[in-house]
Design a protein around this ligand. Structure first.
Ligand SMILES: Cc1cc2nc3c(=O)[nH]c(=O)nc-3n(C[C@H](O)[C@H](O)[C@H](O)COP(=O)(O)OP(=O)(O)OC[C@H]3O[C@@H](n4cnc5c(N)ncnc54)[C@H](O)[C@@H]3O)c2cc1C
Length: 477
């Protein structure tokens, strides 16, 4: 992975920069010892690593502002970081950078059940937002599988989704406002505690901007009353293609499940061995979850079952109890961990039109044979967000390069069928060099001119999102 040349002047001034940071932060919030900065050398895309020059852990928006003023003055690149679970290398440091971690900023600032909003500091983890309101029977809807660890900051930066986003939308549909610190230290508030504030949709630009435009320190989020109940139907097929067609038919029929999850044979086998969830022997498994009152649940389950039966499933199991629901979800929820136990893997994240599912799955199978690498597919099928997991051996020379080349072909395939490079994990460094496969240079120029406005010196989260060649003139000033 090509990274830009470090700014030697910045490296030379490290001591001066640390001294300035210690004037605005307590000693324990400034990490400059190489043995300790190593802890920040990567995120969940562990194939790429680089310790930062310094890491800082502020506790307030004011401290973030002071840190950014210092970095702006010394022209130090800054990499914002939440919990470091990005699968796209979004929080990968450069050797001359300051990592600005918001993990200590995890307080709930305000809950307003009447207007269904919660305001939190951005380092709060996704699951603990729901945890803060569950006593009142509310929840925060976007549910990345990493929700126990990932922070709202990273969710906003990546516009994260999850299994239940088919019904509730992704982060952008549940974000009402942010407090953000600009690279020069200015503190701004965007949006408010209601949907669709007036003027240009700047909040829409911030959500999904991958740490390129500012450091988000607070977020106002929509919370929802918990549904009365939810239950899944598990449907097993003897062909990926038929399962894909079944998904397209469920969507076409206008039923709106909360989730439609898809697993293919390699994933089913690995998950079953790991979690003993009781999955049948089959080529493809769908988990379709519906929610509402008992009558609504049964009605939707029956409609889904009757659509599925037209495709001759080899097994169809409607959950009738909490225990059965937990068993059906158990394997799916442990999928990434289970694959990690048997192999190194790269998790892709392309999005395709739902109707293209059967064709794309067939072509991925062909690519798996061409590259000699095993692939498992597990994904949010309802909204066409695919997660092929390409398995490789990190200790075998050339295997990572092979895996990267195959990953690039899969993502180009997503673009070719009318989809896009990323559904929820973001571009980061992982897909940076593929951006030209989706966008013309003119398109990229327009996107980069937005960054020019927010971060004119191009110091925020360097070397991500935009291909290095396209951003070279701006980065080098
Ligand atoms: C096992 C596993 C399962 C996952 N499942 C899902 C899933 O179902 N859905 C999904 O969408 N993702 C998933 N992810 C990916 C990841 O969890 C999300 O991208 C998450 O939102 C990242 O949050 P984070 O706090 O860890 O961010 P980080 O990894 O720390 O950073 C991610 C990006 O956000 C930027 N950033 C961080 N903090 C700020 C800030 N304060 N201001 C501005 N920018 C900031 C960073 O610079 C970086 O570009 C999964 C990851 C793992 C490891």
């Amino acid at each position: 992975m090509e990274m830009p040349q470090p700014n030697l002047e910045v490296l030379r001034k490290k001591l001066e920069i640390v001294t300035a940071l210690l004037e605005v932060l307590p000693r324990e919030a400034v990490i400059d010892n190489p043995a300790e900065t190593k802890a920040y050398e990567c995120d969940a895309l562990t194939a790429y690593r680089c310790p930062p020059m310094i890491a800082v852990l502020p506790s307030t928006t004011q401290q973030v502002s002071e840190v950014l003023k210092i970095c702006y003055h010394h022209e130090v690149p800054v990499v914002p970081r939440g919990s470091g679970t990005s699968l796209a290398g979004g929080a990968l440091p450069t050797v001359d950078s300051v990592i600005l971690g918001v993990a200590k900023m995890n307080k709930v600032l305000e809950t307003d059940y009447e207007n269904r909003v919660i305001k939190v500091q951005s380092g709060r983890t996704n699951l603990s937002v729901s945890g803060a309101v569950e006593e009142e029977n509310f929840f925060y809807a976007p549910d990345p599988s990493s929700q126990l660890a990932c922070a709202i900051a990273g969710n906003i930066a990546m516009n994260s989704g999850g299994a239940h986003c088919l019904k509730y939308g992704v982060t952008t549909n549940n974000l009402l406002g942010v407090k953000m610190v600009m690279m020069d230290g200015e503190i701004v508030e965007i949006g408010g505690s209601y949907l669709d504030s007036s003027g240009l949709d700047i909040l829409g630009v911030i959500c999904g901007s991958e740490g390129q435009l500012g450091v988000v320190t607070e977020a106002t989020l929509r919370i929802l009353p918990k549904p009365e109940g939810a239950r899944p139907v598990m449907i097993a097929f003897n062909s990926n293609e038929v399962a894909g067609t079944c998904v397209a038919d469920i969507i076409k029929a206008g039923v709106l499940p909360v989730a439609i999850e898809f697993m293919d044979r390699p994933i089913i086998e690995i998950c079953e061995k790991f979690a003993k969830a009781g999955y049948p022997e089959c080529e493809a498994l769908l988990i379709v979850e519906v929610e509402g009152s008992e009558t609504e649940i049964q009605d939707q389950m029956d409609r889904i079952s009757s659509i599925a039966k037209r495709h001759s499933p080899i097994e169809l199991r409607q959950s009738q109890s909490e225990a059965e629901s937990a068993a059906i979800w158990l394997g799916r929820k442990s999928a990434f961990g289970a694959v990690g136990q048997v192999s190194d893997y790269m998790c892709l994240d392309g999005t395709i039109p739902v109707s293209a599912l059967p064709q794309v799955l067939r072509r991925i199978e062909g690519l798996s044979k061409k590259y000699g690498l095993k692939v498992g597919n597990v994904f949010h099928a309802g909204d066409g967000n695919m997660h092929p997991l390409i398995m490789y051996d990190a200790n075998k020379d050339g295997d990572l390069a092979l895996c990267e080349a195959m990953g690039a072909e899969v993502l180009r395939l997503c673009v070719e069928v009318g989809g896009c490079l990323t559904g929820e994990h973001g571009v980061g460094i992982e897909k940076r060099d593929l951006m030209e496969d989706q966008y013309s240079l003119n398109d990229l120029e327009v996107q980069m001119s937005v960054k020019d406005v927010f971060d004119p010196k191009w110091l925020l989260n360097p070397a991500k999102v935009f291909p290095l060649s396209a951003s070279e003139n701006r980065r080098l000033g």
